[in-house]
Design a protein around this ligand. Structure first.
Ligand SMILES: Cc1ncc(COP(=O)(O)O)c(C=O)c1O
Length: 384
């Protein structure tokens, strides 16, 4: 890999050549349990037979088409996304990455509301590029909610965090329900309910950034369901394509109408490509038919319990957090990179945030107990 630009940390010295289910294999035949689903994307498992078949079949029909032409595969995918997001009369656009879906949602919110500010929770990840990727502090108000979980003010008028928000200037609340750049930080319900209520009361929109938390990752179809709210806009990505780069933005009927009436123009070459849309429809079907959302909840509880039991034994584990199959372990160790590398050498792919000293697990939703147990045969020795 001498000619591949390194722009995100160390690249391990093994060539991965194929993948199946929860495992990837190197060119010597060694298997690695992929507890990160690639980059949180292969949630149905790598090389899912139905998704692969759909890809092959759609390639033979049509992959890509210009903006002005109808294709029923795209309409079917839009209906499937709108059905699960609870906006059957809404509108949907298909894009290529989570970053793009969030960026589009941000642009749409600004365009509809014409307000100077957007609201977010500090620590949220919005994307790799665009106005969302590098938020301009003049255009965003980020809530520092670090003290909210233990605060007794219950988001009342006296709360300095809430009273500092200029709600009448806020066009929308761009809410990421509990991923926070892979740290699995779960915003308290009372805070989220209060922000949503105030933003709506002042005519702002609620946008759920479900790029990572959506489609079952948290044990419910969407992360926002843990908060009992109904967003106006939902951004999806990651495992909407199970590894194929497709993302989507679902807009409520009202929001969709307002954005169309605003005369919006948004054009990129692969928007509403039939190939990505065929995959997206099949991913949603497989999630339903194989009851993977429910499975994520059950397996997530099992995974979390095993991590908590480990924390009871090892004081070097300072925190364990989880929601569905989105789990993080905080460690005292200064060198979590070594732990990450050792796990890999022992046949387990985990996630890593060296700054926060976090090892993380976002496995495919098809994971079974035996596969989770495999991690726990290795993890104690590696942590010690
Ligand atoms: C919450 C959230 N939003 C947006 C993105 C950006 O998605 P992508 O990397 O597919 O562009 C990510 C990626 O990790 C994410 O976790």
């Amino acid at each position: 890999m001498e000619h591949v630009l390194r722009c995100y940390g160390e690249i391990y010295d093994r060539f991965i050549v194929r993948a199946k289910g929860c495992e990837v294999f190197d060119n010597a035949g060694q298997g690695y349990l992929d507890l990160e689903s690639g980059v949180w994307s292969a949630a149905l498992g790598h090389c899912h037979p139905i998704i692969n078949r759909v890809l092959h079949e759609q390639i033979e029909q049509i992959m890509h088409l210009g903006y002005r032409y109808k294709n029923s595969v795209v309409e079917t995918a839009a209906q499937a996304v709108l059905k699960i997001t609870g906006h059957p009369q809404g509108k949907c656009i298909f894009l290529c990455s989570g970053s793009e879906a969030v960026e589009f949602s941000v642009q749409a919110t600004r365009r509809i509301t014409q307000r100077p500010l957007l609201l977010g929770l500090r620590g949220s990840y919005l994307g790799a590029f665009g106005s969302a990727g590098k938020p301009d502090p003049k255009e965003w108000h980020f809530v520092d909610w670090s003290a909210c979980s233990t605060c007794s003010l219950c988001c009342c008028e006296q709360c300095p965090v809430i009273s500092a928000i200029p709600f009448s200037d806020i066009g929308g609340f761009i809410f990421e329900p509990g991923n926070s750049s892979g740290l699995v930080m779960l915003p308290p319900n009372k805070l989220v309910e209060t922000l949503v209520e105030r933003v709506k009361k002042h005519g702002g929109l609620v946008v759920a950034n479900e790029v990572t938390t959506g489609l079952g990752r948290t044990g419910m179809w969407f992360g926002y369901q843990h908060y009992g709210l109904k967003p106006d806009i939902v951004a999806l990505g990651k495992h909407l394509g199970n590894g194929y780069p497709v993302s989507a933005v679902a807009l409520s009927q009202d929001t969709g109408t307002r954005i169309e009436k605003s005369g919006v123009r948004y054009a990129q070459s692969h928007q509403n490509d039939a190939l990505g849309c065929a995959v997206a429809t099949s991913v949603i079907e497989v999630l339903s038919k194989e009851s993977l959302v429910e499975r994520a909840s059950v397996m997530g509880q099992y995974f979390l319990q095993r991590l908590q039991a480990l924390q009871d034994k090892y004081p070097s584990i300072t925190a364990v957090r989880g929601r569905g199959l989105m789990l993080a372990v905080e460690l005292k160790h200064s060198d979590v990179e070594t732990i990450h590398r050792r796990l890999f050498e022992a046949g387990v792919i985990a996630g890593l945030n060296p700054t926060a000293k976090v090892i993380r697990f976002y496995p495919p939703l098809i994971i079974c107990r035996e596969e989770i147990d495999r991690l726990f045969e290795i993890l104690p020795a590696v942590i010690q």
